[in-house]
Design a protein around this ligand. Structure first.
Ligand code: DX5
Ligand code: ZN
Length: 217
């Protein structure tokens, strides 16, 4: 059995009963909750933002793994930290000054995450790796749930996993997009230890879906 953390993405939840969906996620034993914030600029779609996070913080203590798909996220880090995010991940492609942005996340007391899009060279991470607690590899084009896993991501995960080992630091490797029963094992074997899953968790019976995913490995 391989150790990994599951971070279900509420983007795929039913917002009519978000509280119940989150309770199901917790009851099934997921450790984190993945919160996808989209600004309609960095990605075409707009998801949800501050008021939603503020509300759900009141009904759960679960770790909030906030994924900002937002241009110049430095503008919002303090706010998302105050609203209850525990980890904040920004995109290398979205920041004018990545170092400053990561420093700001740390200053605000959150775990520091840095993400790259599928077409971004993994080597850009080298400059920032010592400032991060987590790297997030996008395995779909960011912007919407329910897409197919891009197969080339597996090599990228393995490459970044090696990079993390070389750094000698304790850095989580999260993968986001298109992860289901059939490819979970591959993603973990490549070196990921935090798995985001939207449709695989929220389509159908949430608790049963999570238990099935966890039992697989
Ligand atoms: C995509 C988001 C993902 C997405 C994952 O832009 O960052 O977190 O919700 O959903 P699935 O697992 O359905 O691909
Ligand atoms: Zn995400």
């Amino acid at each position: 059995m391989k150790e990994f953390r599951l971070s279900p993405s509420i983007l795929a939840a039913d917002f009519c009963h978000l509280e119940q969906d989150i309770k199901d996620v917790e009851a099934a034993g997921a450790q984190w909750l993945h919160i996808d914030v989209m600004d309609g600029m960095f990605v075409p779609s707009i998801s949800f933002g501050m008021p939603v996070i503020e509300s759900i913080r009141k009904c759960t203590k679960i770790f909030f793994d906030t994924h900002l798909m937002v241009n110049e996220p430095i503008r919002y880090i303090e706010t998302f930290a105050k609203l209850g995010s525990n980890g904040i991940t920004v995109h290398v492609e979205a920041c004018k000054d990545v170092h400053k942005t990561l420093e700001k996340i740390r200053e605000c007391g959150c775990r520091v995450g840095l993400s790259i899009n599928p077409e971004t060279d993994v080597n850009v991470l080298k400059e920032y790796i010592n400032e991060t607690d987590m790297i997030l590899i996008m395995s779909v084009e960011p912007g919407k749930g329910g897409q197919d896993y891009i197969e080339e991501s597996t090599n990228r995960i393995a490459e970044v996993s090696r990079m993390i080992k070389t750094s000698g630091r304790d850095i989580d490797l999260e993968v986001d997009g298109g992860i289901h029963e059939k490819n979970l094992r591959t993603v973990l074997d490549a070196g990921a230890n935090v798995i985001v899953a939207g449709s695989a968790v929220f389509r159908g019976d949430i608790q049963a879906n999570i238990k099935k995913l966890v039992k697989l490995v």
